[in-house]
Design a protein around this ligand. Structure first.
Ligand code: ADP
Ligand code: ZN
Ligand code: MG
Length: 478
């Protein structure tokens, strides 16, 4: 047997996130930002890169950039400048992208367990549509360009390589998404591309402090794909190193359907882009007024909200679950304010019963009112209805809305009162199931569920299971 121990590797991951801002107009021109318009109907000489045009910075985009910087605890640069990032591609009519380089809007910061390296402003490229579908021209393979997206304001967030696993990347991105969403400056919709993430990935022997050669996984459009893509790439790099091979710095594509990773291109270096200061734009000078306005617009952020909910009596898990899902937390807090239910049972009902019925994105649009849920959960806690009956009430509320108390009354769903009412039903259940009663008498309590089930059926779920079991013991003299 070999005594050589295998080297254990540790993933090192840094994330680059692009957030499309939902400002009224584009980054450097007056074209309106819309989604799903006919191709090339939201363009002008500036965003088409026609000669002789001049860009003008969108003040709302700077405001949004400051909000993100503040939310991520970043240093805010009093002065920052734009650079031209030169590359030739059909989605870039000017032949360069206006971006920021060594003087970005925001410097170092932190969100949760990941340090932010920088945050900067730039413009989005146009959208290329490749042949096969609408790109087919005269029957041959071709690509067409939709310039509507070109010039959309983007905020790019770059992290330090602090992430150590695919799962951590997923969790952190959910927190980032919730945070940006809370700021109300972007739809942060991964499928529609308003939130896009690239993952830079390397591995190194555990304990080592040096960074290995990284690859970059491009543009994955869901949290699940990001986690799967990172896992696949870490496994690929490990296999390479264990085989005595080397990781090559390159840009990769992860195909979520096949799970395969393919090379897009060898990674370009910064000097390949021939960055130089944009001569058509003046520097961004951040005034006290701009800072005050951003500070005043800063809402309570998910991390703060989680801490507040925990202090209000929720478990850490529930507090995070709700706080990272703003609409659910809003529903929960409205229910709590309506009074009638304790925080933790209410949170459990939101997560386990409300979400399966109405989803987590827009619970307030459904027919279940926050106050109605609070009333119902209060009734469960006071044992006026059983869990099972309350679920039926919630089904009814989801379908028709209304008042839970009235539904319980009208449908006769109130819990079967004390032992007096329940005892005869338990007796009947034991009589109807003599074999079960026999086993129970013999000390085998496993089949007690049959009796509970019988009683539940008789009472339409209105009996308390624990009370039924207690009565079974009492009647059998156990
Ligand atoms: P590039 O010049 O290739 O764009 P940067 O230094 O700008 O590289 O970093 C881009 C991203 O890659 C950042 O999120 C950074 O944290 C991450 N990163 C840098 N080096 C590594 C590495 N060796 N392994 C994993 N991630 C890395
Ligand atoms: Zn335009
Ligand atoms: Mg970079």
């Amino acid at each position: 047997m070999s005594t050589a121990t295998q080297v254990e590797y540790e993933p090192v991951i840094g994330l680059e996130i692009h957030v499309q801002l939902s400002t009224r107009t584009k980054m450097f021109c007056g074209c309106e930002l819309t989604f799903g318009e006919p191709p090339n109907t939201r363009t002008c000489p500036v965003c088409l890169g026609l000669p002789g045009t001049l860009p003008v910075v969108n003040a709302e985009a700077i405001h949004a950039g400051l909000l993100i910087g503040m939310a991520l605890g970043c240093e805010l640069a009093p002065r920052s400048i734009f650079h031209r990032k030169n590359y030739f591609y059909a989605d870039l009519p000017k032949g360069y992208q206006i971006s920021q380089y060594d003087e970005p809007l925001c410097g170092p910061g932190r969100l949760g367990d990941v340090r932010i390296h920088r945050v900067h402003l730039e413009e989005d490229a146009a959208k290329l549509i490749h042949s096969g579908g609408s790109g087919r021209i005269h029957g041959s393979e071709a690509s067409v360009v939709d310039f509507n997206r070109g010039g959309t304001p983007l905020v790019e967030i770059v992290t330090e390589p602090d992430v150590r696993s695919a799962e951590q990347a997923g969790d952190w991105l959910r927190l980032l998404r919730a945070t940006v969403k809370r700021l109300g400056i972007s739809d942060v919709n991964m499928e529609e591309g308003s939130l896009r993430c690239d993952a830079n990935i390397s591995i190194r022997p555990k304990g080592s402090r040096e960074l290995g050669t990284k690859t970059e996984l491009k543009n994955m459009n869901s949290f699940r794909f990001i986690e799967r893509g990172i896992r696949a790439e870490v496994a690929r790099q490990e296999a390479l190193l264990r085989d005595g091979g080397e990781v090559v710095q390159e840009t990769l594509h992860f195909d979520p359907v096949s799970g395969s990773i393919t090379s897009l291109r060898s990674k370009e270096q910064a000097h390949d882009y021939r960055y130089f200061p944009e001569p058509d734009l003046v520097p961004i000078a951040i005034t006290q007024e701009m800072l005050d306005r951003a500070r005043a617009a800063l809402p309570e952020l998910p991390a703060e909200r989680a801490a507040r909910l925990e202090a209000a009596g929720l478990s850490a898990e529930s507090a995070h679950y709700l706080a990272f899902r703003t609409e659910l937390a809003d529903f929960f807090e409205a229910a709590l304010a309506a009074d009638g239910a304790e925080p933790q049972p209410l949170a459990n009902w939101v997560a386990n019963e409300l979400v399966p019925r109405v989803g987590e994105d827009d619970p307030q649009s459904g027919r279940i009112e926050p106050a109605a849920l609070a009333t119902l959960v209060g009734m469960v806690t006071r044992r006026e209805v059983t869990q099972q009956a309350a679920r039926q009430v919630l089904d009814k509320l989801a379908a028709e809305g209304g008042d839970p108390k009235a539904i319980v009354e009208a449908e006769g769903l109130g819990a079967v009162g004390g032992a007096d009412e329940l005892a005869p039903i338990v007796a009947a259940a034991l009589e109807a199931n003599p074999d079960v009663a026999e086993k129970l008498r013999g000390g085998d309590m496993k089949p007690v569920g049959v009796i509970v089930g019988f009683v539940m059926k008789q009472t339409k779920g209105r009996a308390d299971g624990k009370e039924v079991t207690r009565l079974v013991r009492e009647q059998l003299g156990l």
